[in-house]
Design a protein around this ligand. Sequence first.
Ligand code: AMP
Length: 464
Amino acid sequence: MTFADLGLSPKVLSAVIDAGYTQPTPIQAGAIPHALAGKDVLGIAQTGTGKTASFVLPMLTRLERGRARARMPRTLILEPTRELAAQVEENFIKYGKNHRLNIALLIGGVSFDDQERKLERGADVLIATPGRMLDHFERGKLLLTGVEILVIDEADRMLDMGFIPDIERICKLIPFTRQTLFFSATMPPEITRLTQQFLQAPVRVEVSKPATTAANITQRLVKSGSKPWAKRERLRNLIRSEGDGLKNAIIFCNRKSEVATLFRSLVRHEFDAGALHGDMDQRARMTMLENFRKGNLKLLVASDVAARGLDIPDVSHVFNFDVPTHAEDYVHRIGRTGRAGRSGKAFTLVTRADEKYVTGIEKLIGQEIEWFDGDLSTLTVEDEANERPSRRGRAPKQREEDSRRRERREQARQQPPQKEESAHSERTREQKPSSRRHSEEKDAHPPVGFGDDIPDFMKVPGKV
Ligand code: AMP
């Protein structure tokens, strides 16, 4: 089957050809003809399957008739995160390059005024996160009575993030004569209930069983000691052992605070890393993402919320620094690699406390995940020790590396500040407020001989 068989308009077809796509993906082949026919669609598909184009392309075709009126958008797409919303906008720009459509993006972290001006001009396509959209609605800047097509994307994620009451409210504000295109990677009971309430005789298009992982992703469990420093060391060794095969990677943590700590630690160990978490402002997140996408950054440490649905083609590796507590998150995380048929690798660090979560994941994906170098029963006493290995006991190679690093640091201290610094060192400095510097150095170089017995007052940094 080709795109020409799906019934898309010539303008859309030409943009698809320019984008370099020749064959529709299964979700596109299944959903587009029904969406063009004006039917409600329930698409069960993960990100990475081409599902964005499966609603953007038919919407563009249908929008060719009619025009927008002030404050009355013609279509509305709801996304759980700002990044996803921005990506959908990019898709509209890419595939809509032969159209003259007004697109408005309503997301948090951006000024209300600019968004209001766009709404005032009349939006053909309104892409929004639920909270920001309702804010505009409550300010009286938005009328939803003209919406002809409603898209609810990543519904299971909306559920995780507590957006379902907002979604229900929005659905009730839009005329029931609308067409609804609804997408979710999994179908938990709350989502099924939502579809029963708000979709009318939907055509169900399911491209893979809920929560299956792609066959082209090599998955491995990696035993690790449970202390944070032990996990960080394990991760570093793992990254190094992958060598040139590691083109770029996303490293997932369960908590925002862990994202920040791991990011700082990686930079300190001279890895080319950046961070993405929900507390960063929109501009910083976008810049970080853009750098990663362009290949200016090799490792991206991220939380689930920040990374959900990111369209980053060709990520070679995913590392789960923490085992996700929700099994579905595992599927989403590792789905960042092995996209569009490429091969990818996904490593998950597992400590003794994580066993039950691993069992949950294996149950969900219906397969056992292989261990990288032995299961948890092969953890050694040192792996589980409370103290870091003393540097006296380190291998000669490691000692040499440490001493080289010490020397470099000494030199850096003695040199006057350079005028021009690399982006890398700038990033390092930006993320290292002086108040944290002491604890970070402590982290990289544990005290020799005293171990944890050094009284805290002795660890205060001296002035250089
Ligand atoms: P999505 O599932 O929408 O996040 O899309 C995943 C990736 O597949 C994106 O990088 C798209 O640009 C790409 N893509 C979408 N449709 C096709 C297609 N028909 N053929 C090849 N790649 C595609």
